[in-house]
Design a protein around this ligand. Sequence first.
Ligand code: EPU
Length: 330
Amino acid sequence: MRLTDYFDLSHRNSFGFSSRARYGAEVTRVEEISEIACFAERLNLPLYILGGGSNCLLPERLQGVVAVMAIKGWSVDDSAQDHIKVTAQAGEDWPSLVAQITACGIGGLENLAGIPGTVGAAPIQNIGAYGVELSDVFERLEAYDRKENRMVTLTKADCRFAYRHSVFKEQPGRYIVSEVTLRLPRPWAPVLSYAGLRDLPTPQTPETVMQAVLAQRAAKLPDWRVLGNVGSFFHNPVVSEEIWRALPEMPGHPTDGGVKLSAGWLIDHAGLKGLRIGDAGVHEGHALVIVNHGHATLPQVQALADQVIRRVRAKFGVTLVPEPITLGSS
Ligand code: EPU
């Protein structure tokens, strides 16, 4: 492992923040996780784990140690009758893994195609799209526990998954994920509950569903390689039925703790598409995405997000909560 001073993060985040960490290194072997954790502890600096940098906001100078998770490899175990297991190392690129697994004819991950980021980051926010969440196909993961200073196995129950939530958000910094095992049921049954997937021609295969998902994403969401972004900037808020009923025109989906509203719809109907502060802007196409028009900085993004929150609250009485993690904020 090679530690670098003033480690450049500018090409390691999908928003395109210009940013350097005081120290940083790529972690390519599981043993290096404890090494870099010890290094950060010795210097009394916070340790940040970066995957694809697709769900985080970065300051210009990050006073800490960044470990870029780059442990690679994956394998498939299809020895069981009723499921196939996929085990992938944390540094694997999630969308490439999904594309390769699906191309092998293995179904179960196709709705999660095209989500930028790494395997190790997927459980942190319990990635989800088009009617499927990671927790639906998750079996277990291996992680370094910084509290116990040892490797541990966490089951699905241990991870405490919920909508864009997990134990990793409850106890930030405690676990460093090194490997994830997924369990894909056999025989495959497509999940076509999302409105845009309902009318797919039959017969469907994992590949045809994946292509439909990728087409939906391409039609709605900006490609971060073209226009920097971190995907959905806010959680879809869950509100009480009373609040939802008071706003009859607003689309909502009843869920466990109330009714889930569309943050994108709220921002759009507050008239905020295209709103800009400096180079940070609300996307013209999908209002849930904040994009980088050139050299947007963290303060600009935060000021824009604050304004969106204030104006949506003023119009609809609903408070949006940002989804990406801000490094160096605590
Ligand atoms: N809408 C608007 N205006 C907009 C954007 C959306 O009116 O500018 C409306 C849409 O017409 C639709 C509703 O809002 O009726 C929901 O929009 P969409 O289907 O695009 O999904 P979303 O709720 O905005 C969520 C996830 C996405 C995921 C999609 C598809 C969250 C925070 N976001 O978005 O995840 O791809 O569903 O399943 O849950 C991400 O996490 O980065 C992400 C992109």
